[in-house]
Design a protein around this ligand. Sequence first.
Ligand SMILES: [Zn+2]
Length: 310
Amino acid sequence: MKFFNIILIFILYIFSNPVFSANKFNLIPIEVSKNVYVFLGDIDDVNNNNGGAISNTGFIIGDNCIIVIDAGPSYLYASNVIEIINSYSNLPIKYLVVTHHHADHSFGISRYLEMNTEIIMAEAEAKRYLKYGNRSLRQLHNLIGEEWLLNTEINTFNNLRKKYPINLDLGNRNITIELFEEGHSDGDLIIKDISSNILFVGDLVFNQRAPTSPHANIYNWKNYLDEIMNKDWDYLIPGHGNIIKNKEDILQTKKWINFIDKTAKQASKNGVSALEIFNKGLPQIIKKYKLGKETWYRDLPILINKYEFD
Ligand SMILES: [Zn+2]
């Protein structure tokens, strides 16, 4: 009888939490090409089940060293990622590229600083990380609790590289890093692995879910999306959502930012408030996106406000 009770408790435990067990990330890297891996983030918003792990993280293994793309939301997440990488290769993690300062991409930095990893981040974004990091960390604490964020700190670091593009050699494997200023953020980094022809574009591209735009310059962002579409790549790794093979999938991001931008500009021109727009109901286009409603309610007032002061 006791045995069956144990089995029952075990089954209940597994099924009550199919993806994430208590304070543990279920991280399984997908091999996109030989020695190029991606951990896909949860498609939901930040919550107590996913521990904030909503964005994608990548790693690329060369003959001499490894590069990681994005630090993830916490010290715990970064520790998990590093543990898995170490089980694939015992080469050193020489570089961490942080595509931009948003918490879900940058808060794992504190874990990488314990190793000899060089952190590469656009200067403007490193400044924002330091300036606003502790405030975002407090907000994240309130949202998901302290345990997910154990040891997560906002730390200063030597951001040595000022000039872009950056060329790195991981050992028979060349990487280029380009800076796209004032797009989704003040400085988004795009990472290209030359031999596999894979592009990591951070939050310049969202797949399936609604793009977020609290710090965006939408005019530039649209141009950058055209540029990304015209680039030569076989696979594109967005900041959120599945790996992209078809260029048309980038249009989802473009359509969203076009729509929210047009709505906000018209509203500020005609003196219409966000509330008045919300009262008219959710536009059809918004409903097509995962987290469309939440993102619409959060980002439209920010954008209207921005254009009122422009
Ligand atoms: Zn972002």
